[in-house]
Design a protein around this ligand. Structure first.
Ligand code: FES
Length: 173
């Protein structure tokens, strides 16, 4: 996914500012990356380059860490962050089928964001609503007893909301 020049500038400035509080000891590497993600919502390539330069390590080593820990995102989060619970209860009730439904419907894989940045997909551990398994969070809203048909329904409902908001904005003009 491409990010704009403006986003790159912000990412570099933010990362440099965060790095200024750390020396180059390796123990600080993951905490810095976590902070970058907290601030930006993801860790873009330009931020990885800044981090690698600060710690005097190859860019590929930083990339390796980011991809090893699935807490890190490589792409900006979508407006609708779809989090699929992969805890035991959800797993037993077909969370992987729900994951496939979202991936197929949005044409992206887990950890990615749609080109229009409307949706991103990620896995989460148990969100504490096991009686409603399988569970999906959309932003912070919980949706339980999800089936592939409900995935279609949720996407359709969002499209309708978007359409209505567009029409509302056009009427206000
Ligand atoms: S395992 Fe999914 S909510 Fe608990």
């Amino acid at each position: 996914m491409k990010i704009t020049e403006e986003e790159k500038k912000i990412a570099i400035a933010t990362t440099q500012q965060l790095l200024s509080a750390y020396d180059d000891s390796r123990g600080s590497l993951i905490p810095v990356l976590q902070q970058v993600q907290n601030k930006l919502g993801y860790v873009p390539a330009v931020a990885m380059e800044e981090v690698a330069a600060h710690f005097n390590i190859p860019d590929v080593d930083v990339y390796g860490i980011i991809t090893f820990y699935n807490q890190f995102r490589l792409t900006p989060p979508g407006k609708r962050q779809v989090k699929i619970c992969m805890g035991t209860a959800c797993h037993m009730r077909g969370a992987h089928i729900i994951q496939e439904s979202w991936e197929r419907r949005l044409n992206i894989k887990m950890g990615e964001t749609t080109e229009d940045r409307e949706y991103s997909l990620e896995r989460v551990a148990c969100v504490g609503c096991c009686t409603m398994a399988p569970v999906v969070l959309i932003n912070e809203e919980v949706h339980g007893k999800i089936t592939p048909t409900r995935v279609d329904g949720l996407i359709f409902a969002h499209q309708l909301d978007k359409q209505k908001a567009k029409e509302g904005a056009a009427q206000d003009e």
